[in-house]
Design a protein around this ligand. Structure first.
Ligand code: NAP
Ligand code: MG
Length: 501
């Protein structure tokens, strides 16, 4: 085990010994049946710090052969009832323990998240890591509350239902909120008694690997959680196709979501998909414009715009359009772009060279379509994948920058005439993940919230999710609801039992 030669440069500014020691232990391995093992092929890939483009660690490149081993291990753990048959109280205690361990290791996890993803360290500490602990703690409460029913059967029969785990769950997650996304998948699956093969995104595998260690430290039996790092085609596709995986849960692009759905047909896996978005944030002229402008800015730039619910289409009522755009520019220019480890930084780099090129290409597409760069519109020169917070004004809802998910710090300001026009334009998208409406008129707020075709609607605020409430998409933003009680539907199946009396 040896650190990559670039490690010192890659982690410049990091003080926590535990973080550096974790990264020194490279290449990172796969977790299969409670053992950390190299990929069978012996291959590795690099995990890069997007703020300085230096290599942080080498990561095992799992592929089909490793997925086969992980699925065998998860299957055995499931069939031997190492997990589903322990008492619900015990399962609950494991999940509480994982939550505690996340909190005890919060500084290290936040640093790994910031180094790997580029997000500001302060935000990882404030949002990502506590959010993951909260999700485990929320689901820790569920194992003892997963009820069946007794049904009003005819007098000669007694009929009841049991909710049972689905089995082996393949979970494929993206790079924008790596630990949070792992917790949204792993916590409810474990609460319901399933076993898991988790594949983190190639860009951000570190916090999932550390989570695997913490799950072991919590004493979860071997084989219950397996972690395969690697690429989408190879590791990801092998999970989606695997005949012995009972369910696949995916978060990522709509494009890959469609591939997952096709691959799942082989053995008719249960599928849940959390996909992209192009969410409308609708601002009426009677709203608290100061609060709206601050929230709209965060809504589009939080996590460098790499949020599936980002409020990238900012609809502004015509009479206040010019004034609001001016205020958006002012707020955007206050967003400090820079070193994620600096306390003052609000915007880190985007996650990878690929994402950087993609975002820059959309800046050119927007200019080419005739939208006006109100602020930003370019990358920051020098090392790292930094893009200036960008607002395009004079955007029409038919432009590509208003229709396609950019996943970078780029917002489009679009004017609307009246309530009907706002709803029409807001819903004129193939996506339906989130939406927001700003107004002081309660009836209007509720009417518009009802009319918007989106899985989450915010009124007079933008962004945020709580494990207590369901999250998911309408239209091509996917199907199935994660979080809240609704995740139990994804991770259990119902058996109806008839007893002849
Ligand atoms: P992506 O390819 O959809 O990645 C999501 C996850 O799926 C990753 O773990 C990925 O592995 C895996 N994957 C990729 N191809 C697969 C396949 N054929 N079978 C099974 N798994 C597969 O997303 P991306 O390429 O990183 O980003 C592209 C765009 O997707 C972004 O610009 C953004 O618009 C959108 N996106 C949306 C979300 C969201 O939360 N809704 C999150 C991320 C990205 P690898 O990492 O190894 O590719
Ligand atoms: Mg990809």
């Amino acid at each position: 085990m040896a650190a990559v030669p670039s490690l010192e440069r890659a982690v410049a500014g990091i003080k926590t010994r535990a973080t550096i020691n974790f990264l020194r232990d490279s290449p990172k391995k796969l977790l299969i049946n409670g053992q950390w093992v190299a990929a069978k092929s012996g291959k590795t890939f690099e995990s890069i710090n997007p703020a300085n483009e230096e290599i942080l660690a080498l990561i095992a490149e799992g592929d089909k052969a490793d997925v086969d081993a992980a699925v065998t291990s998860a299957r055995r753990a499931f069939d031997e009832s190492k997990w589903s048959s322990i008492t619900p109280h015990q399962r609950s205690r494991y999940l509480y323990k994982i939550a505690d361990l996340i909190e005890q290791n919060a500084d290290q996890l936040a640093e790994l998240e910031s180094l790997d993803n580029g997000k500001p360290l302060a935000i990882a500490k404030l949002a990502d890591i506590p959010g993951a602990a909260r999700t485990f703690r929320y689901y820790a409460g569920w194992p003892t509350k997963i009820y069946g029913e007794t049904n009003p059967s005819d007098p000669s029969t007694f009929n009841y239902t049991i909710r049972e785990p689905v089995g082996v769950c393949g979970q494929i997650i993206p790079w924008n909120f790596p630990l949070s996304m792992a917790s949204w998948k792993v916590a409810p699956a474990l609460a319901c008694g399933n076993t898991i093969v988790l594949k983190p995104a190639e860009q951000t595998p570190l916090s999932a690997i550390r989570l695997g260690e913490l799950i072991q430290e919590a004493g979860v039996p071997d084989g219950v959680v397996n972690i395969i790092t690697g690429f989408g085609p190879g590791a990801g596709s092998s999970i989606a196709e695997h005949p012995d995986v009972d369910k696949v849960a995916f978060t990522g692009s709509t494009e890959v979501g469609k591939l997952i759905l096709q691959a799942s047909a082989g053995n008719l896996k249960r599928v849940s998909l959390e996909l992209g978005g192009k969410s409308p944030n609708i601002i009426f002229r009677d709203s608290d414009l100061e609060a709206a402008v601050q929230s709209a800015t965060r809504g589009v730039f939080f996590n460098s715009g790499q949020v599936c619910t980002a409020g990238t289409r900012i609809f502004i009522e015509q009479p206040v359009y010019d004034e609001f755009v001016e205020r958006l520019i002012e707020q955007s220019e206050k967003m400090t772009v820079g070193d994620p480890l600096d306390e003052k930084t609000r915007l880190g780099p985007v996650v990878s060279r690929e994402q950087f090129d993609r975002v820059k290409s959309y800046l050119e597409i927007g200019k080419g379509e005739g939208a006006k760069v109100a602020t930003g519109g370019e990358a920051v020169p020098g090392a790292g994948y930094f893009v200036r917070p960008t607002i395009f004004a004079g955007v029409h809802n038919q432009m590509r920058i208003a229709r396609e998910e950019i996943f970078g710090p780029v917002g489009a300001a679009i004017a609307f005439k009246d309530e009907d026009d706002a709803i029409l334009q807001g819903n004129d998208t193939t996506y339906g993940l989130a939406a927001a409406v700003w107004t002081r008129d309660v009836s209007r707020a509720l009417k518009v919230a009802r009319a918007l075709k989106a899985g989450t609607v915010w009124i007079n605020t933008y962004g945020g999710a709580d494990p207590i409430s369901p999250f998911g998409g309408y239209k091509q933003s996917g199907f199935g609801r994660e979080l809240g009680v609704h995740s139990l539907d994804l991770y259990t199946q119902i058996k109806s039992v008839y007893v002849k009396l």
